[in-house]
Design a protein around this ligand. Structure first.
Ligand SMILES: CC(C)(COP(=O)(O)OP(=O)(O)OC[C@H]1O[C@@H](n2cnc3c(N)ncnc32)[C@H](O)[C@@H]1OP(=O)(O)O)[C@@H](O)C(=O)NCCC(=O)NCCS
Length: 198
């Protein structure tokens, strides 16, 4: 996979996906602050401290960030994903990934672009499948998108997620094999690259 990946969104905006480096840490922090404040997709109920944030988004992971190609129009990070092994050792060929798209950039196809890029990249890195552990059951946009990208629901974790009003919602576990996608077996190298030095 050669980064940057360049593409056009549904509204004609031209975006590029880059392998994240040190310069992307602050833009991702700003974006993830919005996601944590929304409280409808990730388990953090407050913004993590610096070490936890770096662990969650960068250390031992590939991190990919989306920007407008013409950054003078908007220099903020539009979206991002991380990719990592879901488990170590014998199960390390099952990947896990996390996605965020800034609210004002949703429903333009960026989530699909990030997801499709992740699938191709994961296959190239030697993963055999991808699991999403905790898709909030009320997060219909995410479930719709993951199904469109070939994921299926394996099951639900009843009452896994506390909501702001004190009630609980389920989370679903979603899975997709990469073997049909790549058509061949890779020796799992699973070497993660981002350019932050972690
Ligand atoms: C989930 C997320 C990444 C999707 O990003 P996006 O850029 O909006 O994705 P896309 O534009 O490619 O696709 C969104 C799809 O969801 C659909 N959608 C939007 N809101 C929906 C809803 N309430 N119910 C059902 N489908 C919905 C859109 O119609 C679109 O589908 P289509 O292309 O078939 O019309 C984005 O909403 C996001 O960052 N949410 C907060 C973080 C998050 O949920 N991350 C994933 C955790 S599992």
């Amino acid at each position: 996979m050669h980064f940057p990946v360049e593409a056009k969104l549904k509204d004609g905006s031209r975006v590029q996906l880059v392998l994240a480096g040190q310069a992307d840490v602050e833009p991702l922090r700003l974006l993830y602050q919005v996601i944590v404040a929304e409280g409808t997709s990730y388990p953090h109920d407050r913004f993590p401290d610096h070490e936890d944030f770096m662990d969650y988004w960068f250390r031992g992971k590939s991190t990919v960030a989306a920007y407008l190609i013409e950054r003078s129009l908007d220099s903020r990070m539009l979206g991002a994903f991380y990719l990592k092994p879901n488990w170590p050792g014998r199960a390390r060929q099952v990947a896990n990934a996390g996605f965020v798209v800034a609210p004002e950039w949703r429903n333009k196809g960026l989530g699909w672009l990030l997801g499709a890029t992740m699938l191709q990249y994961a296959a190239e890195l030697g993963y055999r499948s991808v699991i999403f552990n905790l898709v909030f059951s009320e997060n219909q946009a995410a479930q719709h998108l993951w199904k469109k990208l070939g994921f299926r629901v394996l099951g639900a974790i009843p009452g896994a997620v506390r909501k702001d009003d004190g009630t609980y919602q389920d989370a679903v576990v979603m899975f997709r094999s990469l073997k049909e996608a790549s058509g061949q077996e890779f020796e799992a190298s699973l070497i993660h690259e981002n350019r932050t030095g972690y």
